[in-house]
Design a protein around this ligand. Structure first.
Ligand SMILES: [Zn+2]
Length: 321
C-alpha cells in the first residue's frame, strides 16, 4: 500500500471521552506521566508520591515496584493520596528489556498487579522476537491471561505492530472480546509522523467500523506536536518519560534541553519559585504545561475549533482539506 502524503480534514477523528473507573473519572485526551527506573535518580515510590500531588493520572512500572520491593510489591495507597489519583500499571517489559532481566515473568507481573491498587494495568506484552511463530495467537493468549486474573480494574492490551494483517486481525479479536482500551507503541506506527498519523487514522476507523468505542493509548509519546497529530487521528491517551528528560516550551510546542528552562522564559508559578530545586522546577513546569495544553485541546474539540487550534502549530502539507 502506498503512503498517502496528506490527511484530508474530513477524516479528522478527534474526540473527547470520559473514562469512569473505581468511582473516579478522567477526561480524554489525557497524558500519563511515566515513572521508570531507567530514567530517574529517585525511587519509583518517591517519584510516584511527588507525581501524585501534581498529576492525575500517572503511570508506573510493575517491574520497578517488584525490583524495589522488600516486603511484597504493593504500593501504599495512602502515600501521596494515590487512592484518589488514577494509576496505570505498566507490564514492566520496557524495564526488563532495558536491564536484560530474563527473570521478569508473567507470574511475577501478575503478583504485582494483584497486590497494587491500580485503576488500569497493561497486558504482559509479547514482542515479535519472543515467539518463533504465530505471534498473533501468542499475543491474544497473553492478553486473555492478563485479563483473567484481575477483573475489577481495566486491562489495556498492548499490541506490538508487525504486519497490517496481524494488527487488524488482533484488533478484531479485541473488539469481540469487549476490551475498552488498546495500547500501541508510538515508534511502531511508522518511521515518519505522517505514516504514524495515517496508521492511527486507519486503526481508529477500523475500530469505529466495528461499532466499538475502544480507546487508543499511545505508548512512549509525549511530544506536544505528536500529541496534536495523534489526537487529530483518533488517539485518546498517551504516556512518556519526557516530562523528566526535557523542558516543554509552550511558545512553539518544542522540546528544549533539560538545562534550558530559563531560556523558555516561562511565567508559570513553578518557574518563578526560586525556592524550588531545579529538578522539581522542570518536572512541575512540564506537568503544568501538559495539563493546560490538554485542557485547551479538550475545550477546542468540544467547541468544534480543534482544527483552528491545530493550524496554529501544524502547517500544510500534512493537514489539507
Ligand atoms: Zn514554567
Amino acid at each position: 500500500m502506498g503512503v498517502a502524503t496528506r490527511i484530508n480534514k474530513s477524516v479528522a477523528e478527534s474526540r473527547v471521552n470520559t473514562i469512569n473507573v473505581n468511582g473516579k473519572s478522567i477526561l480524554t485526551p489525557c497524558y500519563f506521566p511515566s515513572v521508570s527506573s531507567c530514567t530517574t535518580m529517585y525511587s519509583t515510590r518517591d517519584l510516584t508520591k511527588l507525581l501524585c500531588q501534581h498529576s492525575k493520572p500517572l503511570l508506573t512500572s510493575a517491574y520497578d515496584l517488584y525490583a524495589e520491593s522488600t516486603d511484597g510489591a504493593s504500593l501504599d495507597i495512602q502515600e501521596g493520596n494515590l487512592s484518589s489519583n488514577i494509576l496505570l500499571l505498566d507490564s514492566g517489559r520496557y524495564e526488563s528489556s532495558w536491564y536484560k532481566d530474563t527473570s521478569w515473568t508473567f507470574e511475577r507481573y501478575r503478583d504485582v498487579v494483584q497486590q497494587t491498587p491500580c485503576d488500569f494495568y497493561t497486558s504482559f506484552d509479547v514482542f515479535p522476537g519472543d515467539v518463533q511463530d504465530n505471534f498473533e495467537q501468542e499475543t491474544i493468549n497473553q492478553i486473555r491471561q492478563s485479563f483473567d486474573f484481575q477483573r475489577d480494574n481495566i486491562c489495556i492490551p498492548i499490541l506490538h505492530l508487525t504486519t497490517d494483517d496481524t494488527l487488524f486481525s488482533t484488533l478484531d479479536v479485541i473488539t469481540k472480546d469487549g476490551f475498552q482500551f488498546v495500547a500501541l507503541p508510538e515508534r511502531e506506527l511508522g518511521d515518519t509522523i505522517l505514516e504514524r498519523c495515517i496508521k492511527m487514522c486507519q486503526i481508529r476507523q477500523f475500530l469505529d467500523s466495528k461499532n466499538s468505542n475502544v480507546l487508543i493509548h499511545v505508548l512512549g509519546c509525549g511530544h506536544p506536536v505528536s500529541l496534536l497529530y495523534y489526537i487529530f487521528a483518533g488517539a485518546d491517551t498517551f504516556d512518556s518519560l519526557d516530562w523528566q528528560k526535557v523542558v516543554f516550551d509552550s511558545s512553539d510546542l518544542s522540546f528544549r534541553d533539560y538545562s534550558h528552562l530559563l531560556l523558555a522564559k516561562c511565567p508559570c508559578c513553578y518557574c518563578r519559585n526560586d525556592a524550588l530545586p531545579y529538578v522539581h522546577k522542570v518536572y512541575l513546569h512540564n506537568l503544568l504545561f501538559i495539563k493546560q495544553f490538554l485542557n485547551d485541546i479538550i475545550l477546542s474539540i468540544r467547541n468544534d475549533t480543534f482544527e483552528t487550534f491545530l493550524k496554529r502549530y501544524i502547517t500544510p502539507p500534512i493537514l489539507t482539506g
